[in-house]
Design a protein around this ligand. Sequence first.
Ligand code: ATP
Ligand code: MG
Length: 342
Amino acid sequence: MALYDQEKRKVVITGDRPTGPLHLGHYVGSLQSRVEMQDRCDCFVMIADTQALSDHFENPELVARYVREVFKDYISVGISPTKSTIFVQSMVPELFELTSYYMNLVTVARLERNPTVKSEIQQKGFDESVPAGFLCYPVSQAADITAFKASLVPVGEDQLPLIEITNEIVRRFNRIYDTDVLMEAQAVLGKIDRLVGIDGKAKASKSMNNAISLSDSPEMIKEKVFSMYTDPNHIKASDPGKVEGNVVFAYLKAFFEDDEELQSMKKRYERGGLGDVVLKSLLNETLQKFLAPIREKRRSIKESDILDQLEDGTKRAREVASMTIEQVRDAMSIKYWAKEYR
Ligand code: ATP
Ligand code: MG
């Protein structure tokens, strides 16, 4: 059972938006670190449904469905609901109170300048009509991180500018209210900090539909691997090919365990003499082996356990967040009913 014991163990928080199935990018960027950390840290794992609604507000049914699916993704890769505290963001109202207070400590210009938010706004085609909730999600993320006094946040590279905003808020809060209630956090990057999309785009992402999901069927995995972008000038096996920007090599780097063999294949590919079909078959075999036990574990999850375990984790998370809220209110003199005022 994850006990909240800040004195002895580091606190870790991270989460995912329930907007689609988790994929290999999540695994190498963040899930793998969470599994490793859950034995020695107090890990909080948040299903960020409120954040998901900031760009899926017209589709709450999808978000609701993926709350369960993301939970299953967690279990399937080895995140344990007893070692880690897995919870649902919307069910912890303390987070939204914190968000409100933090909203005063960051400027609109600062949020608009954030490179991650900027590129997501562009990618989602919001143009001039960015929902205020979306623009402000980094503030709500600051609330998520600080509510648990987390010092470590296992995330992909796209999250670094957001953690920077969190730490700015922490420093401002502590300075303005002359306190040390809030803690700065540090990102923990995964084995691969940004896994490319199967289409060659910079990042595999749920919303761009360019990822291999943890729950994909063997047929789907094969189809996706064989559709991967390689080097358009590498037509015959004997042609010299490019490794740089080649999606198959990027995935082999992340999942193929024999590094020596991979280096020698790279050389052979660059020289000419290694065909895409051979390369893709190797990646397919590697990913099939990697994903089969994950799929198996997912199958063993009892549907009837999901809600109980989520409710349990959420209750635990609320207890911790409400301790922080007490301290935050105290620092901000929001204690009108306290004894000293009577
Ligand atoms: P969406 O498109 O809905 O934003 P997403 O695929 O970006 O979905 P998130 O839920 O936003 O996934 O991200 C959850 C975590 O997974 C974050 O820490 C993020 O940095 C990490 N992550 C997501 N995609 C990748 C990737 N391709 N490579 C490495 N880390 C990733
Ligand atoms: Mg994202």
